[in-house]
Ligand binder design. Structure first.
Ligand SMILES: CC(C)(COP(=O)(O)OP(=O)(O)OC[C@H]1O[C@@H](n2cnc3c(N)ncnc32)[C@H](O)[C@@H]1OP(=O)(O)O)[C@@H](O)C(=O)NCCC(=O)NCCS
Length: 173
């Protein structure tokens, strides 16, 4: 059952001094979301790959990647990262994470709407993402927001780990 609705979150870009807080929130969400889906070793490996300060600072400086975060009051409840792709008019939602205590209260959908609006403003016609095939909660949230499965992939990411994902896509029309 959905929890009672939160007030509408305020969404703003991530600033350089906030990368530590984003990495901490990522760990909190990943530990809860992925503990029954991938191994602890893979969680640690992927968090290390994606949320180290140098990597986040490099992404924040790029013109083709956007990091957004959602607050209710002073509380940071979620974040999203979006990037341009090699396919014209197609953008990728690379990350979407909401604090476990704030899930199912509309924060993820608010971030998605914000991302979709930005992509449209930049001429985007479609938005794609990769989601673990066993991540039923996220797949439900993406379907609710208009995404459909486009293909199934299994990608090696080093250290013997794979990402066994669905690629989902939605039109931005
Ligand atoms: C996936 C995620 C970002 C969605 O954000 P959220 O704020 O929880 O989602 P919303 O409250 O906007 O939910 C939107 C819809 O998704 C569906 N949904 C969300 N959580 C669900 C759940 N646990 N079970 C079934 N449906 C669910 C519902 O249809 C919901 O609408 P409703 O509440 O009106 O029925 C969030 O759950 C999350 O951070 N999960 C863990 C990390 C993760 O898997 N991220 C995605 C990586 S690809």
């Amino acid at each position: 059952m959905p929890s009672p609705a939160q007030p509408t979150p305020l969404i703003r870009p991530v600033a350089r001094e906030e990368v530590g807080a984003i990495a901490q929130l990522a760990r909190t969400v990943w530990q809860a979301a992925y503990r029954d889906i991938i191994s602890q070793a893979q969680i640690d490996y992927m968090l290390g790959q994606r949320y180290g300060a140098p990597r986040l600072l490099e992404e924040l400086a790029r013109p083709d990647i956007w990091w957004d975060q959602a607050f209710v009051g002073a509380r940071r409840l979620g974040f999203a990262a979006t990037q341009a792709t090699a396919t014209p008019a197609e953008f990728k939602l690379d990350k979407l994470y909401v604090h476990p205590e704030a899930q199912r209260q509309g924060v993820g959908s608010a971030l998605l709407q914000h991302v979709a609006q930005r992509c449209r403003a930049r001429g985007g016609k479609s938005l794609v993402l990769a989601v673990n095939k066993n991540n039923a909660q996220a797949i439900a949230a993406y379907r609710k927001n208009g995404f459909e499965v486009r293909e199934s992939v299994c990608v090696e990411i080093g250290n013997g780990f794979v990402m066994d994902d669905f690629i989902m896509a939605r039109s931005l029309a």
